[in-house]
Ligand binder design. Structure first.
Ligand SMILES: [Zn+2]
Length: 530
């Protein structure tokens, strides 16, 4: 089966445009050929053909799981969220626990959501909603009752229970140790539910032009679900799994990860699954004051946030996993966490033998000027979330008061990073934010909210071009995933994972990019959309 494309712009990669393209048996076989031959001749109708998007940092299984509960993601008020919980409860009377997410914690000043608000619509069954930061849950009274949490229950290590003046739980619990007080009572998810979630996530990705992605938080049970979904065909996009190494359990998981990696590597040629990466979380989030920063937070001068790992333990883990051939993908948001990650990578490289390791620092929201050149020097990829690069309500209302306007405006220094020679790649961080790349693609260019605030963009000197963003969302992620020959570019021999857009995102006004229609998506040369 051969397909010939012409009649539009064929974007092969940064700075490269072609007139025609021929694909056969799932790969690109000819560029700029003159003979329109093939089983299928496609007229692009002045559209834009490009390599399909790849998502370099996301949580598709969490996204798919969330979609199986009440859809509170994106709702702006408590009354809308409660109404959605009621709708879900009424249409799913036999679901014993109502679990969903992710709600916007900034919708309530101080972030304490009350159990009583949920009790008004569901009181017979537990309700648990995750906040967008995935570090907070909001629950109803039934959930608190089943967990046996009373005024006498102490806050667990590293976690907190929001309390009324009499000590009883208000309905909001923070950090995994506290969330676990509730979640350990919830019914375990079934394998079939997770396979359905993976299939659902695959479909959402394909219709958005994404044909390869990553799962950046793989806990026990999740890789097993991906393996089953890969075997059954429910996994329809290529997927690289990041095993989550946590400070207190990573040593015990080494052989478990190795066993899973071996199983995934032995899935064979038809498999879409890989497991090349270890995920390490270095700090929290700026919005919660838990990102590790070099200078104290303004709203609490005693706090510089929190480094999750001690330096020595982090280096131990990095050296161990790197020596075993895993890529490191380190979550670091504050400038202190970014420095710790860079220091760790530098020391690890001094100890372990040289190899093509491609370490990644994800988010990298605040980078001290002294650390910026180290990304290029050490070969560290910065994985950014392009949709976050504007002054959204979180940056404006939660982060700016904590950092001050000047430091706040130093977030997401994309142009400076490009100039420093660092490699960039993109990820959505779905379901924290949308999985749809076209919604995000031009944000690093205009750095404005959808209603065009602020007028000149947020720290406009850090703006980059849409073409740069397109390459970070394709070739950048392909490189990050050690797959640059197969994905992320149109070149002879590359896999024919392609998308056809109705117009050229490089040429339209940046605010119009989000509205561009996707006319077709090809996976391995086969039209899956359009
Ligand atoms: Zn993430």
């Amino acid at each position: 089966m051969a397909t010939f494309f012409s009649g539009g712009t064929i974007w092969c990669g940064a700075g490269c445009v072609a007139q025609t393209l021929r694909i056969e048996s799932g790969v690109v076989t000819e560029i700029n050929g003159v003979a329109a031959t093939g089983d299928e001749i496609v007229d692009l109708q002045a559209g834009f053909l490009a390599p399909a998007f790849m998502d370099g940092h996301a949580h598709p299984l969490f996204g798919g799981r969330e979609a199986q509960g009440p859809l509170v993601n994106g709702l702006q008020t408590v009354s809308e969220m409660v109404a959605e919980v009621k709708r879900f409860a009424d249409s799913n009377p036999n679901t014993p626990w109502i679990i969903g997410g992710a709600y916007e914690a900034a919708a309530v000043g101080g972030g304490d959501f009350l159990a009583s608000w949920l009790d008004a619509v569901v009181s017979d069954r537990p309700v648990v909603l995750q906040a967008v930061d995935h570090h907070t849950i909001w629950v109803n009274s039934k959930a608190i009752e089943i967990a046996g949490i009373t005024a006498a229950t102490p806050d667990p290590d590293g976690g907190s229970i929001a309390r009324n003046p009499d000590g009883t739980a208000r309905g909001t619990l923070r950090e995994p140790s506290a969330m676990d007080l509730i979640m350990k009572h919830a019914p375990e998810r079934t394998l079939d539910e997770d396979i359905a979630a993976i299939a659902w996530a695959s479909d959402r990705y394909l219709e958005s032009g994404v044909t390869a992605a990553t799962d950046a938080w793989v806990e026990p049970g999740m890789a097993e679900a991906y393996i089953a979904a890969d075997k059954s065909g429910a996994l329809k996009i290529d997927m690289n799994l990041f095993f989550l190494a946590q400070r207190d359990s990573w040593r015990d998981r080494i052989s478990y990860f190795a066993k899973l990696r071996k199983e995934i590597e032995s899935l064979g040629a038809g498999s879409k699954l890989a497991a090349k990466t270890i995920k390490i979380i270095g700090d929290g989030a700026l919005s919660a004051g838990t990102a590790a920063v070099l200078a104290p937070y303004l709203d609490d001068p005693t706090s510089k946030g929190l480094l999750i790992w001690e330096d020595d333990e982090l280096l131990d883990a990095a050296v161990t996993f790197d020596a075993a051939g895993y890529q490191l993908h380190m979550h670091a948001i504050g400038d202190a966490a970014v420095r710790q990650a860079l220091d760790t990578i530098e020391k690890m490289m001094a100890v372990n033998p040289k190899w093509d390791r491609r370490p990644v620092i994800a988010h990298a929201q605040l980078i001290d000027a002294a650390d910026m050149p180290r990304f290029a020097a050490l070969g560290v990829i910065a994985n950014y979330q392009p949709l976050w690069t504007y002054l959204d309500p979180m940056n404006k209302e939660l982060i700016a008061p904590r950092l001050g306007d000047a430091r706040n405006a130093q977030q997401y220094q994309l142009a400076s990073m490009v100039k420093s020679g660092a490699r960039l790649s993109y990820g959505s961080d779905w379901p924290v934010t949308s999985y749809i790349p076209l919604l995000a693609l031009a944000v690093p260019t205009h750095r404005q909210s959808p209603d065009r605030y602020p007028k000149d963009g947020w720290s406009p000197q850090e703006a980059i071009t849409v073409e740069e963003s397109l390459s970070f969302y394709t070739a950048g992620v392909a490189y990050q995933c050690f797959n640059e020959k197969r994905f992320g570019q149109i070149a002879v021999g590359a896999q024919a994972d392609l998308m056809v857009l109705a117009s050229n995102p490089i040429e339209v006004a940046p605010h119009d990019v989000a509205g561009i229609k996707i006319l077709g998506v090809y996976k391995n040369g086969v039209a899956v959309i359009g």
